[in-house]
Ligand binder design. Structure first.
Ligand code: ZN
Length: 328
């Protein structure tokens, strides 16, 4: 209830406790490094034409990253909260929200505004503002203090699955319809789109082939955009991680190489339990693949994953070279 009524006030307490200045600095840098890795990937992809790449690079450089919490908090000073009546508090909070929205009419868009609170475990790319919004909670690893998380873990957990993933959305079949200013203006050529679609067909086939609950399968077409973002996030995050001291030193932690820890860091964010009924409903309605395949699906396309764990033909996640998808 406080989340809905006073999200930013709660956010200030959350950030003070769980997103200290060192964490803010760490993730500002992480975002910068993942963005520059993405820039290299755009330069190297072979399906995008040279003129389109110029537009893509401009768009990438224009993205506003919002990391952790807003620079400007919402001001609730004219909202009265007291102990006399819960219902009255809720009604006044609703009224406050209504006035807050109404107040925007006729004014320029406030590009500093956040659509999520810092304590939300989620993130988003907003094409209309060409911004990537990363609440502090998206970086929190349950039971682990940020200072105790090594870079491999962090680049996989946040760099790949959140930052890299969200960034690619600005450059896919949907993101290509919006320009660097967030206006609806397509910047891909027909030929770019055709070459992109050809690769998408590969990932659609791959995910269509995953069977769950005996006879159900993932809808490759409906989940394509998200699967592309997961795969892109992994390869973009990986190349960003390769520039870190930890990767270059190559020391094992807990018996695992840095690159093994990177892949496990990515997988860490998708550990969950789901009932069969809920999974069945997700398979029919969600544009995201089930958690298990947000990990096993894209990783089976990444050559570095095979090297890291010595995956051999005949093993469950093995896909022959020719079937591995590469988009970013
Ligand atoms: Zn996504």
């Amino acid at each position: 209830m406080e989340e809905d009524a006073l999200g930013d006030a709660l956010g200030q307490l959350f950030v003070k406790e769980y997103f200290k200045p060192e964490a803010k600095a760490r993730y500002d840098t992480l975002v910068k490094n993942v963005m520059s890795s993405f820039s290299e990937h755009i330069r190297n992809v072979d399906w995008m034409s040279a003129p389109t790449k110029v537009v893509a690079q401009n768009k990438l450089h224009a993205i506003m990253p919002k990391v952790g919490y807003p620079n400007k908090w919402k001001d609730y000073s004219n909202l009265q909260i007291d102990r006399s009546s819960l219902a009255a508090n809720v009604m006044r909070a609703n009224q406050w929200q209504y006035n807050y929205q109404l107040h925007k009419l006729g004014k320029p868009v406030d590009r500093t505004e956040w659509g999520m609170t810092p304590q939300t475990y989620n993130a988003y790319y907003n094409p209309s503002n060409n911004e990537i919004v990363l609440p502090a909670a998206a970086f929190a690893i349950p039971t682990l203090l940020d200072a105790d998380a090594d870079d491999a873990l962090v680049y996989g957990y946040a760099g790949a699955s959140t930052i890299g993933h969200e960034l690619t959305h600005g450059f896919d079949d949907q993101g290509s319809q919006y320009d660097a200013h967030g206006n609806l203006h397509e910047w891909w050529s027909k030929a770019d789109r055709q070459r992109f679609n050809k690769r998408v067909a590969g990932i659609v086939r791959q995910f269509n082939s995953y069977t769950l609950l005996d006879s159900m399968h993932i809808n490759g077409k409906a989940t394509a955009g998200e699967n592309i973002a997961d795969l892109g996030g992994i390869v973009i995050g990986l190349d960003a991680f390769k520039k870190t001291k930890q990767y270059q030193e190559g020391k094992k932690i807990g018996g695992l190489t840095p690159i093994q820890r990177y892949f496990l860091g990515y997988a860490l964010g998708w550990q969950m339990q789901v009932r069969d009924e809920s999974l069945a409903s997700q398979l029919l309605t969600d544009v995201h693949s089930p958690a298990q395949y947000r990990v096993n699906g894209p990783m089976a396309d990444v050559p570095a994953f095979y090297d890291a764990f010595g995956v051999k033909p005949g093993q469950k996640m093995y896909r022959p070279d020719s079937a591995r998808v590469k988009i970013w």
